[in-house]
Design a protein around this ligand. Structure first.
Ligand code: CP3
Length: 423
């Protein structure tokens, strides 16, 4: 070990004792020069995790200290491994709560932002630069792959997603492009460039790259309704028609099945372009009774997951059903590596319902971020404790970061999660 490495290791070791022992690192970029001793009564007893941290840290080119395990802590956790601390990322971590993001969203329409590699890459990275979450998620949307099937959409300011292609009957389904002939490099050429560039950025930033897709039922419902919907009535009528024995028309089942194939293939394409794990968003689970979930949403998501796992068995898949926490027991056998839970269930109860062998993610109420710093830090510690303690689950919100969330609140959440080592 050369002298600089040795000095850095000592500095890192001392900085890892900061919380319990009264040492503080004034300038993390210059750890050795910046150490201040506030309390001379040092306890020199180190826990196993502190020793491990010390052994796995290195100094990067910029002089900052990086923990080698951070590069894939999210991936290892999503695979179900116990990890050295609880990793964290946030759904909608790239969004309008950030002033830097609004500089783009005020000027350019959504599709332009998400389909122009320079902008999409920048918007994916902003939140990571600010908060150092354990993963970078591509700035895109669950609706992005729909044009590959011939379904057009837009995201209209003040209204949200609007889909102009109408699907109601089997004849409408027949008009869609052949799902097995979809070439993503031709229809969505920007995806490869965005993910390739983010993959290099993630490696440099010592973090993981998250890909994502919408679940087949949720995508089908978005298309059928044409926009966000309170009751999903057109979709429900199509479901009832499909379930009616005398009815030969199976428009809903056929459409959902095509979407399962599309998003299974699309997730594989994202992996081929650099995504290290995939989260599936079943955002409209709250529209489904447990029975309808079992009949329509679950088999289609299982099909998409099996397409991914068949080709890429080692890439973890996280399944998130928003509004699905009342039927978590139905999600144990999705085929996903990890289940993400919404905020309507207590984490302890979610753990008990799923079973302690099922890797779990979640589930802070996004409105906690409107609380005080101490309330936010406490909520993080509670959630981690209820999930089984540090390193035993993947911390996230139980739904996306809301517009209007104070930016500093996100920083407190991430910071508390990364530093908490248990009671
Ligand atoms: O998580 C991230 O940071 C990555 C980006 C991401 C977006 N949408 C960016 C986006 C992700 C993962 C999504 C997924 C998505 N899109 C979901 C699943 C997650 C969930 O909330 O349940 C859903 C249901 C959609 C559909 C959709 N797209 C909605 C509801 C909206 C918001 C409409 C609005 O005007 O508020 C969009 C557009 C969209 N996608 C925005 C963002 C940041 C906001 C609009 C904008 O930036 O112009």
């Amino acid at each position: 070990m050369n002298i600089m490495k040795f000095l850095t290791s000592v500095a890192v070791l001392l900085s890892s004792l900061e919380n319990s022992n009264g040492l503080s690192v004034v300038n993390p970029k210059n750890v050795w020069g910046g150490i201040k001793i506030k309390n001379t009564a040092l306890k020199l007893k180190m826990s196993q995790s502190e020793v491990t941290d010390e052994l796995t840290q290195e100094t990067s080119n910029s002089g900052s200290v990086r923990n080698l395990g951070d590069r894939d802590i999210l991936v290892r956790c999503a695979r179900g491994e116990e990890v050295e601390r609880t990793p964290v990322w946030l759904m909608r971590q790239a969004g309008r709560y950030m002033a830097a993001f609004r500089e783009y969203s005020d000027k350019y329409p959504f599709r332009e932002r998400s389909e122009t590699p320079d902008m999409a890459v920048e918007l994916s990275l902003q939140c990571h630069r600010a908060y150092k979450m354990d993963g970078i998620i591509m700035f895109s949307d669950i609706l992005t792959p729909l044009p590959a099937l011939g379904i057009d959409f837009d995201v209209v300011k003040g209204t949200g997603p609007v889909i102009s292609t109408q699907i109601r009957t089997e004849a409408d389904v027949d008009k869609l492009n052949d799902v097995n002939a979809v070439n993503f490099d031709e229809t969505l050429p920007f995806i490869r460039e965005i993910l390739n560039r983010l993959s290099a950025e993630a490696e440099n930033a010592n973090t993981s790259l998250i890909g994502f897709v919408g679940a087949p039922f949720t995508l089908a419902a978005y298309v059928i309704e044409g926009k966000s919907s309170k009751n999903c009535l057109i979709t429900k009528k199509m479901i009832m028609a499909d379930l009616c024995e005398n009815n030969e028309s199976k428009a809903m089942s056929r459409f959902v099945d095509i979407l399962a194939q599309l998003i299974g293939n699309y997730a594989c394409h994202q992996i081929e372009c650099g995504a290290q794990l995939i989260q599936i968003f079943e955002s409209w689970s709250h529209q489904l009774s447990p029975k309808l979930f079992t009949q329509f949403a679950k088999p289609a998501s299982q099909k998409a997951i099996s397409i991914i796992k068949h080709k890429y068995p080692n890439v973890p898949v996280i399944y998130f059903a928003n509004g699905g926490s009342s039927y978590l027991e139905l999600q144990r056998d999705m085929g996903a590596d990890m289940i993400a839970v919404d905020w309507a269930v207590d984490m302890q109860k979610a753990r008990d319902t799923l079973g302690h062998h099922v890797p779990i993610s979640g589930n802070l109420d996004p409105t906690v971020l409107f609380g005080t710093e101490e309330q936010i830090r406490q909520a993080v510690r509670d959630c981690i404790d209820k999930a089984g303690g540090p390193g035993k689950h993947l911390l996230n919100l139980g739904h996306g970061v809301m517009q209007g969330t104070p930016e500093e609140a996100v920083g407190w959440l991430v910071d508390e999660c990364k530093q908490y080592r248990g009671n």
